[in-house]
Design a protein around this ligand. Structure first.
Ligand SMILES: CC(C)(COP(=O)(O)OP(=O)(O)OC[C@H]1O[C@@H](n2cnc3c(N)ncnc32)[C@H](O)[C@@H]1OP(=O)(O)O)[C@@H](O)C(=O)NCCC(=O)NCCS
Length: 207
């Protein structure tokens, strides 16, 4: 892989490793892979949402005019990700990654994108939802809340709206990925009933 990467002008090679393998950890170290993240996948089996939760959710579908506001949030929201932790990536490019991600998801790449507004605030955050082909399983992609509105229940409203949408289209199991260093996100998902399903280690090898 290293030879192939060099021959093909790859600048950064990602390795997603089993944390139980001493051999992989040793080899990664010897071959100059840098540890950048612990990937935590959580999942939830969903049942019918109860009435109080349905009332609680005031999330709405994000539309094209919301994109600039959501991009501004996305640029600053994902600093726990490996693209910010690994400072070989220029910060502006890491910000662009998430701004592009949310714009593409809103433009139809995701099956559903929800946002929340309070009064005339404009969009305060986003959650993107993807469905498997058979609609049985769902995956939450990107979640973010504007920094000045965190800790005020916006994240909870977004999760609640997403779970209602997944339930309405027949999904039974929902998965989401976050970082081990992102305690706020883990607690947000745990609060909604998600439980840890798997853990993997991310390494980057630069050339
Ligand atoms: C993670 C994030 C979406 C949470 O949104 P939020 O609107 O602040 O969350 P809420 O106010 O709705 O809180 C919901 C639950 O999350 C937990 N939580 C939220 N922020 C927390 C923090 N800083 N520390 C610990 N727990 C936190 C709490 O358990 C809370 O439930 P409770 O108050 O009933 O106990 C927000 O912090 C954010 O945008 N972070 C940056 C982007 C990000 O990390 N996205 C996830 C990528 S996978």
């Amino acid at each position: 892989m290293l030879e192939w990467s060099q021959a093909n002008s790859v600048r950064c090679l990602y390795l997603l490793a089993d944390p139980n393998s001493t051999q992989t950890a040793g080899l990664a170290h010897r071959l100059d892979f840098k540890f950048v993240d612990v990937r935590v996948q959580l999942s939830l089996e969903i049942g019918a949402p109860n009435a109080s939760k349905v009332q609680e959710s005031r999330a709405r579908t994000a539309r094209e005019p919301d994109i600039p506001a959501l991009q501004a949030i996305a640029r600053g929201a994902h600093q726990d990700s490996r693209f910010f932790f690994d400072t070989n990536f220029p910060r502006a490019r890491a910000e662009d990654l998430f701004a592009t991600w949310i714009a593409k998801d809103c433009a139809g790449r995701a099956d559903k994108v929800l946002t929340v507004e309070r009064g005339s605030s404009g969009p305060l955050g986003y959650i993107t939802c993807n469905l498997s082909k058979d609609s049985n399983t769902g995956r939450i992609g990107l979640v973010g809340v504007a920094s000045e509105f965190r800790g005020k229940g916006v994240g909870k409203t977004l999760i609640c709206g997403a779970l209602q949408w997944f339930w309405s289209v027949g999904a039974q199991k929902i998965a989401v990925v976050t970082q081990m260093r992102n305690v706020a996100a883990q607690r947000l998902y745990q609060r909604a009933g998600f439980r840890t399903e798997s853990v993997r280690v991310w390494y980057h090898r630069w050339f």
